[in-house]
Design a protein around this ligand. Structure first.
Ligand SMILES: [Mg+2]
Length: 403
């Protein structure tokens, strides 16, 4: 393969349309992706049915409202992306994300080249503040389209394979302690290597849940706790102290999204590992965690960061600051789940994942690679799946086209 001189490729006049990602330069030059343009974007509002209602500290979900986007190039190539909003975290709703994608963000891409990921984010930030899930949908679709065009798996564009495969946790809803213990026992029997339990409605009950679940688990299986902001700082410290015999690997977001001071207090008052989730959206938030030493670990989600572009930078910042990261997710279909999986596979500082959406829904828009307990990514281009468009249309409540 010929050597590529980046200086000969990068032209500042390209800002706004050209070569966004330095590590992509060789692909871009060799594959000519700067010649193809984006022609059409289709936005589908899809309801993903859950196998069972999902209960966490701040809400209960009966089904999941997802937005799938398909970007098509002038040569007929396609890339898929997805937004799953959480109004308690980003302030977006299904319909607000739809409007922002269709009216504000998708028009920015028409006529642009396939390699314009960084320029897209610059233009999107200038156009509308926040709205990370809406931005993530298009960011993921752009990455999928570019990787497909280059005929490489997405993880290759993101830095190459750092992990052989991804082990999935079993996530257990917040239920009665006995029921959670029963599900944990079953999960161990099915071969899961880690279990994450949802807590946060009442500290005494939560201690009981941790104890019952740990007693039901096979030895050697990791137990993780997510309180989804449910405790005060003092309650969190009480639970953490009383849970010491049950070997919890880490405690995720024990306190309110609004109170980074409380998270910092908890982190600095205990030897247990504390993972930040809901308050940490993008790179600036990550910097704040580093500056304050507010958490030991961070849960990166594409739906908070605005997609892969910022998520990768967050993982890199975490690496520099000794803060290991997890790639989390909303309850997403295989599309956004696999975008997270490709990033998780491609970054040494991503040590865990929470990519369990496809295991929780009863109907998906594509077939997930791997098994119930692992994601195995092949060398197939892009996200590595074939989205079933007929299925997407059958599951859609709305369809918008931007061209
Ligand atoms: Mg969480």
């Amino acid at each position: 393969m010929d050597q590529v001189d980046p200086a000969a490729v990068y032209d500042p006049a390209d800002a706004g349309r050209g070569h966004g990602h330095p590590c992509l330069l060789s692909f871009l030059v060799l594959k000519g992706s700067s010649l193809m343009q984006i022609k059409q974007i289709t936005v589908y509002g899809v309801r993903l049915p859950l196998k069972q209602p999902f209960k966490i500290a701040y809400d209960t979900y009966e089904d999941i409202e997802s937005i799938l986007v398909r970007i098509q190039s002038t040569s007929g190539e396609t890339g898929w992306g997805e937004a799953v909003v959480d109004q308690h975290v980003s302030g977006e709703t299904w319909q607000s994300a739809r409007q922002i994608i269709t009216r504000e963000l998708a028009p920015l891409l028409l006529g642009r080249t396939l390699d314009g990921i960084a320029p897209f984010h610059k233009a999107a930030e200038a156009r509308i503040r926040h709205s990370p899930s809406a931005k993530a949908a298009l960011d993921i679709a752009l990455h999928d389209l570019l990787a497909r065009h280059c005929k490489v798996p997405l993880y290759s564009l993101l830095g190459g394979r750092c992990h052989a495969r991804l082990e999935l946790p079993c996530v257990i809803s917040m239920l009665a302690p006995e029921e959670m213990a029963r599900q944990a026992r079953e999960a161990c029997a099915r071969g899961y290597g880690s279990i994450k339990i949802k807590l946060g409605d009442a500290p005494e009950q939560d201690i009981e849940r941790i104890a019952r679940v740990r007693e039901a688990m096979a030895p050697g299986v990791a137990l993780r706790v997510d309180a989804n902001q449910g405790w005060s700082a003092k309650q969190a410290l009480q639970v953490i102290r009383q849970a010491a015999p049950y070997r919890v690997e880490w405690f995720e977001q024990p306190v309110s999204i609004e109170n980074l001071d409380a998270l910092t207090r908890v982190t600095q008052a205990t030897e247990a590992l504390i993972m930040a989730d809901e308050p940490i959206h993008g790179v600036r938030d990550m910097l704040e965690v580093v500056r304050r030493q507010a958490a030991d670990m961070v849960n990166i989600k594409l739906m908070k960061s605005g997609g892969l572009h910022a998520a990768r930078a967050m993982a890199e910042l975490g690496l520099a600051a000794d803060i290991p990261c997890q790639i989390g997710s909303m309850v997403e279909s295989s599309v956004a789940t696999l975008a997270g999986a490709h990033l998780a596979l491609a970054h040494s500082n991503i040590v865990a994942n929470d990519l369990v959406g496809p295991a929780m829904i009863s109907r998906d828009v594509a077939d997930m690679p791997g098994s119930e307990t692992h994601i195995e990514l092949s060398g197939a281009p892009g996200l590595g799946i074939r989205v079933d468009e007929e299925r997407v249309r059958a599951m859609s409540a709305f369809e918008d086209r931007v061209d």
